[in-house]
Write a protein that binds this ligand. Structure first.
Ligand SMILES: [Fe+2]
Length: 151
């Protein structure tokens, strides 16, 4: 499943970058979908990798959020992680995933979120984005569930 779209944001592109790099917002703005209150307390990393800044966030033994429950059914509690890589000025790559408690993150599943920000004016930004799943563990019918629940 791939979702591809764009929107015009009434804000400077730097504010959108601030929002995307602050992964804590998933517990509040995407509560129940991409995050939840179990994930407020997390291990956070910030590092420079070449020309990019990479922010990471890990939450252990957390209630699985809705999108991930469809991607990995039967696991009410999981270890969850996110990384978002910002390559200035406006390219960001999110990788988000869940895995069984105490296992290698690469054995789990999740999605990539690709974000391209184009400043239009000082106060507007063209925000292009797409998302695609990685290490798909479910049948293709789960794509339909995701599409219905998260159009
Ligand atoms: Fe968000």
């Amino acid at each position: 499943m791939t979702k591809l779209d764009w929107i015009r944001i009434k804000a400077n592109y730097e504010l959108v970058i601030d929002n995307l790099l602050d992964l804590s917002h998933t517990s509040y703005l995407h509560d129940g979908l991409l995050g939840n209150q179990d994930m407020v307390d997390a291990e956070i990393t910030v590092e420079q990798v070449g020309d990019a800044v990479v922010v990471g966030r890990r939450s252990m033994n957390s209630t699985i959020p809705g999108l991930f429950a469809i991607q990995m059914p039967g696991h009410p509690r999981v270890d969850k992680w996110n990384t978002i890589r910002w390559t200035a000025p406006g390219n960001l790559l999110l990788r988000s995933g869940v895995h069984k408690l105490g296992t290698d993150p690469e054995t789990g599943t999740g999605y990539y979120g690709i974000h391209f920000l184009t400043p239009e004016t000082d106060r507007t930004t063209l925000y292009h984005f797409t998302a695609v799943r990685w290490n798909v563990l479910t049948e293709p019918s789960s794509n339909e569930q995701i599409g219905k629940r998260f159009p």
